[in-house]
Design a protein around this ligand. Structure first.
Ligand code: GLU
Length: 276
């Protein structure tokens, strides 16, 4: 089939810890879907978190992926792509879609509208730094936010999770996210901006990732529209939980692929445990 031969997927781990069972499940599904469509996969090293990214984790994630039998055809490292992110950011500035935000971490926490069930997600921003005039310049040492339309629904159909609908806005009671960070004062793009720029540059046709990122997808759709980029399909896998119902995160060392592998588990046993 000509359409399926164009399938391009990606694995996008962050080298901030050891990969765990949840990553294994998501990445094995990504590989299955790419194979089923006769497509290819990229490995994207999401190493922009300068505080937490470590070269040894980047090596470990490659080893763990190879052990799982996952292969990819091309690689990209986000820290090599800073000029592309800056160009996209300049485009948002020129289009008047962003503003400078001087809120501190403390301001943001106290401005948090409601406790968030998704602790990884940024708090809904209350719009404190929204100004009449958008930014005209990309200055050094400043955070920038993308301005959303208050009360606008963002909808998409996820191939795994079904129809999705999120409401954006800063001053809206039932908002899922407010104006969100696109550029950080350390001169780096936020995850949301880097992700859409890279997915477009890699010609990704389908994004397979965990369900914790559904709300990020809504933000990414807004950025794609603002930058005139194509939107890929999305397949958000169910998250894995430990025996206490807690979502697996990198701090659960006992469930890291490394620990499991060293304990002698085979890939076949692991796949059976993941029901794949
Ligand atoms: N690097 C992100 C993570 O490890 C995944 C981002 C994505 O797939 O878009 O959670």
């Amino acid at each position: 089939m000509t359409t399926s031969s164009k399938y391009v997927g990606r694995l996008a781990p962050s080298p901030t810890g050891l990969l765990h069972l949840g990553h294994a499940r998501t990445f094995l599904i990504a590989q299955q879907r790419a194979h089923a469509a006769g497509g290819k996969l990229w490995l994207r090293d999401e190493d922009l978190d300068l505080q937490r990214a470590r070269a040894e984790y980047a090596v470990a994630m490659r080893e763990d992926l190879h052990w799982l039998g996952i292969t990819w055809q091309q690689e990209m490292r986000q820290s090599d792509r800073l000029p592309a992110y800056r160009t996209a950011m300049q485009q948002l500035v020129a289009a008047g879609r962003v503003y400078k935000c001087s809120c501190s971490r403390k301001d943001l926490l106290s401005a948090m509208a409601a406790p968030h069930e998704d602790s990884d997600d940024e708090p809904v921003y209350n719009g404190r730094c929204r100004v009449a005039d958008p930014a005209h310049l990309l200055e050094e040492n400043a955070n920038y936010r993308f301005r959303v339309n208050d009360d606008e629904p963002v909808e998409f159909v996820d191939l795994a999770a079904g129809p999705q609908r999120f409401i954006c806005g800063c001053a809206v009671e039932r908002s899922d996210f407010g104006d969100f960070l696109v550029w950080r004062k350390d001169g780096l793009p936020s995850y949301q901006l880097a992700c859409v720029v890279d997915d477009a540059a890699m010609h990704i046709t389908e994004v397979v990732r965990g369900r914790d990122l559904l709300k990020s997808t809504a933000r990414q759709l807004l950025l794609q529209r603002a930058l005139g980029l194509t939107t890929p399909q999305y397949f958000h896998c169910e998250l894995m939980r430990d025996d206490n119902g807690i979502r697996l995160a990198k701090r659960h060392d006992a469930l890291s692929l490394r620990t499991l592998r060293l304990s002698g588990i085979s890939v076949a046993e692991l796949r059976a445990r993941l029901e794949l």
